[in-house]
Design a protein around this ligand. Structure first.
Ligand SMILES: Cc1cc2nc3c(=O)[nH]c(=O)nc-3n(C[C@H](O)[C@H](O)[C@H](O)COP(=O)(O)O)c2cc1C
Length: 170
């Protein structure tokens, strides 16, 4: 295949999921924990899919797997906090990815007056209002209007690459 002579595009066609994932395993991503308040207590999950979408108004987005329990929570959550993890918070990233676990049990965290949990020691967090829930393939894409942010210059961000958490800086 060349740029001048691309393969014909079949709109129904898509890469196999393993081939697709193999590419993204080589693509470093920042690690966040998306949290929210629910009638039965705090909820949250680890996400590398967080992206900045627009600056004015400030919109971010993330995707959540349609089959996950997190998706059921996010179907109705009016607002979320995106906690951007720092180096040294690998345990938090793993904790918030364990299916079926009580992810907040014994955890040190605080809650905003609006109810969403905020994790300590992160590089930053953003509180936002959920605006759109768009089913995309086997996931749900959620857009969020950012309304409140806190940043800390103190720490280095946590990065995920090839199923590991390598240091960005020497
Ligand atoms: C580093 C890392 C990044 C992840 N990113 C996402 C993500 O962006 N979207 C997603 O749906 N799941 C992601 N997961 C998986 C979820 O954190 C979690 O394991 C999944 O939601 C299953 O748990 P649940 O059924 O309780 O929600 C990630 C896991 C890890 C370890």
């Amino acid at each position: 295949m060349t740029a001048e002579n691309p393969l014909p595009v079949d709109r129904q066609d898509s890469l196999g999921s393993e081939e697709f994932k193999a590419v993204f395993r080589r693509h470093p991503a920042g690690v966040a924990v998306v949290t929210c308040a629910t009638p039965t207590g705090p909820a949250g999950f680890t996400a590398t899919s967080v992206i900045s979408v627009a600056a004015n108004p400030a919109i971010l987005a993330f995707s959540v797997s349609a089959g996950s329990t997190s998706r059921r929570v996010l179907d109705t959550a009016p607002s979320v906090v995106v906690n951007f993890l720092a180096v040294g918070q690998e345990d938090l990233a793993r904790r918030f990815a364990v299916r079926g676990a009580d992810r907040f049990a014994g955890l040190d965290y605080c809650s905003l007056t609006s109810g969403e949990p905020v994790l300590p020691g992160t590089t930053a967090w953003i509180r936002g209002i959920v605006e759109q829930r768009v089913p995309v393939g086997d996931s749900l894409l959620i857009t969020v209007r950012a309304v409140l942010a806190h940043t800390s210059d103190a720490s280095e961000p946590l990065v995920y690459l090839d199923r590991a958490f390598p240091r960005l800086l020497p």
